[in-house]
Each structure stands twice: as structure tokens, then as C-alpha cells.
Design a protein around this ligand. Structure first.
Ligand SMILES: Cc1ncc(COP(=O)(O)O)c(C=O)c1O
Length: 445
């Protein structure tokens, strides 16, 4: 028998959350800008497999079982940005089902490794961070293709009513009962929109005055689990007419607040939690009777490889002597700097850009690229070059310019391109700084 007060359970599935076993609601004390409004974070990483999606995974499987469509050894397939897959994988294990997850190769390495560790067959595909239903080669198309087999079932969190109903049955009642009906604002980040739809509908039934607020990232973001407005058009549960407010939050703002949540509130919140909280700061007024609840979907532990690219000073410091291999690489980069076959000065680069239609590869981070780049340049951050070979032209004789801020990183980029056979790749000496100094066009200008 499951006993929540003693916290003794027959199996791990007894820990799945409900009004009798809610995830914690924790008051935010330091990062909030409010004098009067009370803000609470609902810590969804206290679900048994680490994220809010455990609720959805459990409800989709229970719903399928109630309809009598799952058998022993049922094969499941689900396109997922990670958390639904992790929850499904574990509930599948508990039921002796098997799971295949086609997913984007841009999903943090931690999630892909964990899925495999949990026994899932992971198919990595070229896709956006959140699978895009329209992409013919993407995760969702692949899942549909696999699900055509008679012995395979796709639960499809983007269209399965058991997704929002998981939140209508559990998350919503928890918020209402934990705040003793005093909640005035409910805030959630938008992914499939299952959370906001299910919780929002439940709370509005309890009290139509409760403000239901949605938060989404900007186009080109890399916050796992949530979708930009364009990406949101692709989920069946995006109903902005049901929300009382909707706001866009910038990538870096979210990562900066994520750091503060961990350091100042001692909350191990992940990036999408911080994004939702930043939205709450913007949408909730500062008034004495306001009580806001913000969903914190999962913890930061799965996102080390993601935060390291946004927050300075998290990488290992270069300590001790370098290995002979590292020294040799440094030497190669230094030689490249003075090799006119591998570099081009700024005027020559501009001339080539105007007349020879080269592929320009900007190897800086996405944030730097978005701030300003050479018109037409493709962004492929240096450390991700080997993962995105499709960004490069098929013809190894195509002229290529590699670009960075000052012409240092682009040297490594050119060496990489050389190593995979590009004969006409050149690093632009002086980088974007020199380009702008000359007054050449940039995008945005
Ligand atoms: C980390 C994370 N944040 C936010 C969300 C958004 O939740 P929903 O899909 O219910 O809109 C998800 C969903 O995948 C997620 O994994």
C-alpha cells in the first residue's frame, strides 16, 4: 500500500504526483522584484523521474490502458524533446513496454545519454530543438512513419488529450489546494501547452478571476522544452485566446536568471523555469493580494552542457601543463594565422563576398551571431561544427569564409573545414570587428 505520510510505496509509480502527493510549492525570496506580490515556484523536478512530463507520460499510458489498446510488451514510439521521453521510458520499463524516441540532435547530450541509459532506442535526427511537425525528415515525421507498423503505438503528446488532462487532474488541483484557493496568477512556459491548458482550465473553473499567463522564448532560442511563437503554431494545445497574458523572454535573460535562482535561492531550477519566472516578473502586478504560482518544469542537472555555453566562467580552467597534443594543435592554429592559403584580409574577403558568392560560416555563439553578422552568413558555433555537416556545401571546391569576432576562432574553423576536405576555405582576418570598422554591411545593420 502506498502511504504518503510515511512515504512508503509499493513501487516507484506510487510516487507519481497528485493532490495527495503534490510537488512542493516554494516561496521565492531573493530574486523577486516585488514588494507585495508573493511568488511561489512549483518544483516539478520532485516528480519521480525528474520533470513535469512524468505526469503526462503516466496519464497517456493510463489512458491507453483504459481504452484497452496496450498489450504486454507493447512497443511505443514518441517524438520528444527529452523530458516526456525520460518519463515514458521509466513508466514503459515498469510496464515491460519498449520505447523508441526519434529526437533532434540538438537536444542536450545529457538527455540523449540518459534516455539510452534507461533502455530507450534513441534515433538522432537533424531537427530543431523542439521537434517541428512540418519537418519531413524530422523527429515527428519519423515517429509517424514508425507508428504505421501495426505493433507500434505513438502516444503523441502534441495532440493527445491525455496531455492537458494530466494537468487538469493533478497539477491544477494541487495549485488550488496548496494555495488554499488564494492563487491569483498562474504562470507557465509554453512547450506542447499541455500544462497551461490543463491547469488554466481547472483554475478558471474554480475562480474565473485567476489570471492564466503564458511565457515563450524568442525565435532562434536554445532553451530546451519550450517553443517560440512560430514553433507553437504546431501544437494542438496552443490556445492563446484562453490566456490573460502572453510574453516573450530573451534567451540570455533566461539563462542569467537561471544562474541567480541556483545561487541566490538555492533552487536547482533549469533554464525553462527561469524563462517562466522572468515572464511572471513582467506580467504580474505588484499588489498586496497577489499570489503567483510559476511552474518550474525541471532541474538544471540535465543542462550542464547547455548552461556552459551561456554563462561565463563555468568551463574548466586551463590548469597545469598542456598535453603535447594540445600544444601541437595550438601550433597548427598559429601556423594557420600566417598561411595565406587559409586566411584572407578584410578587403579581399569583402570582395569575395560581393563577387564570388562564398558560403560564409559564422563560428561564434548564437547570441553573438544574432546581435550582428555578415549578411547571408550561416551560424555554426565552432564546437558544434562536426554535428552540423549539413550546414556546409556538398562541393568541396565551394569558396568558404569563416568568420568570428576578431579572427581567432575562425582559424580553428578553417582547420576543421580543411580536415574534412574543403579546399577553398579561408578565415577572415580581423573578423566582424574589422568588417564593421570598414563600414561593410551587417545584418542587423
Ligand atoms: C523543460 C521543460 N519546460 C517546459 C515545458 C513546457 O511544458 P508543456 O509541454 O506542458 O507546455 C516542457 C515540456 O516539454 C519541458 O520539458
Amino acid at each position: 500500500m502506498n502511504n504518503h505520510s510515511l512515504r512508503v510505496y509499493d513501487s516507484i509509480l506510487g510516487l507519481l504526483c497528485s493532490i495527495d502527493n503534490p510537488t512542493p510549492l516554494v516561496r521565492l525570496n531573493r530574486v523577486t522584484p516585488f514588494q507585495h506580490t508573493q511568488l511561489y515556484a512549483k518544483l516539478e523536478w520532485y516528480n519521480p523521474f525528474g520533470a513535469i512530463k512524468d505526469r503526462v507520460a503516466a496519464n497517456m499510458i493510463a489512458d491507453a490502458q483504459e481504452r484497452g489498446v496496450t498489450e504486454e510488451e507493447q512497443k511505443l514510439v514518441e517524438p520528444t524533446s527529452g523530458n516526456t521521453g525520460l518519463g515514458l521510458a521509466m513508466i514503459a520499463n515498469a510496464n515491460r513496454y519498449s520505447l523508441t524516441t526519434p529526437l533532434s540532435n540538438q537536444i542536450p547530450q545529457e538527455k540523449r545519454t540518459l534516455l539510452r541509459f534507461f533502455g530507450t532506442e534513441v534515433l538522432e535526427l537533424e531537427d530543431t530543438l523542439c521537434p517541428a511537425p512540418g519537418a519531413p525528415e524530422g523527429a515527428i515525421a519519423k515517429a509517424h512513419e514508425i507508428a504505421e507498423r501495426a505493433d507500434v503505438m505513438m502516444l503523441n503528446q502534441y495532440a493527445n488529450e491525455a496531455n492537458p488532462s494530466a494537468h487538469y487532474k493533478t497539477t491544477g488541483p494541487e495549485v488550488w489546494s496548496q494555495t488554499e484557493g488564494r492563487v491569483t496568477h498562474f504562470v507557465a512556459g509554453l512547450g506542447t501547452c499541455g500544462t497551461i491548458t490543463g491547469v488554466g482550465r481547472y483554475l478558471k473553473e474554480k475562480n474565473t478571476d485567476i489570471q492564466v499567463l503564458g511565457v515563450h522564448p524568442n525565435e532562434g532560442h536554445d532553451i530546451p522544452g519550450v517553443r517560440s511563437v512560430r514553433q507553437l503554431q504546431q501544437t494542438r494545445f496552443f490556445h492563446p485566446e484562453e490566456y490573460d497574458g502572453l510574453v516573450e523572454i530573451g534567451n540570455q535573460e533566461a539563462f542569467d536568471l537561471c544562474l541567480r535562482l541556483n545561487r541566490e535561492e538555492s533552487l536547482t531550477a533549469g533554464p525553462s523555469s527561469a524563462m517562466a519566472l522572468m515572464g511572471a516578473f513582467q506580467l504580474i502586478p505588484d499588489e498586496p493580494d497577489c499570489l503567483g504560482v510559476v511552474i518550474f518544469p525541471d532541474s538544471t542537472f540535465k543542462y550542464a552542457s547547455s548552461v556552459v555555453t551561456h554563462i561565463a566562467g563555468l568551463g574548466s580552467p586551463q590548469t597545469g601543463a598542456k598535453s603535447s597534443r594540445e600544444l601541437l594543435l595550438d601550433e597548427m592554429i598559429e601556423h594557420a594565422r600566417f598561411n595565406s592559403d587559409l586566411t584572407t584580409d578584410i578587403m579581399e574577403a569583402h570582395n569575395l563576398w560581393e563577387n564570388a558568392d562564398p558560403v560564409v560560416i559564422d563560428v561564434r555563439t548564437i547570441d553573438e551571431y544574432q546581435e550582428s553578422h555578415v549578411p547571408g552568413a550561416v551560424n555554426t558555433p565552432l564546437l558544434e561544427m562536426s554535428k552540423h555537416l549539413s550546414n556546409f556545401p556538398e562541393d568541396r571546391d565551394t569558396p568558404i569564409l569563416t568568420m568570428c569576432q576578431r579572427g581567432n576562432l575562425s582559424l580553428s574553423g578553417v582547420l576543421f573545414l580543411n580536415s574534412i576536405g574543403y579546399r577553398k576555405a579561408k578565415s577572415v582576418t580581423g573578423g566582424l570587428d574589422a568588417w564593421r570598422e570598414k563600414g561593410y554591411a551587417t545584418d542587423p545593420s
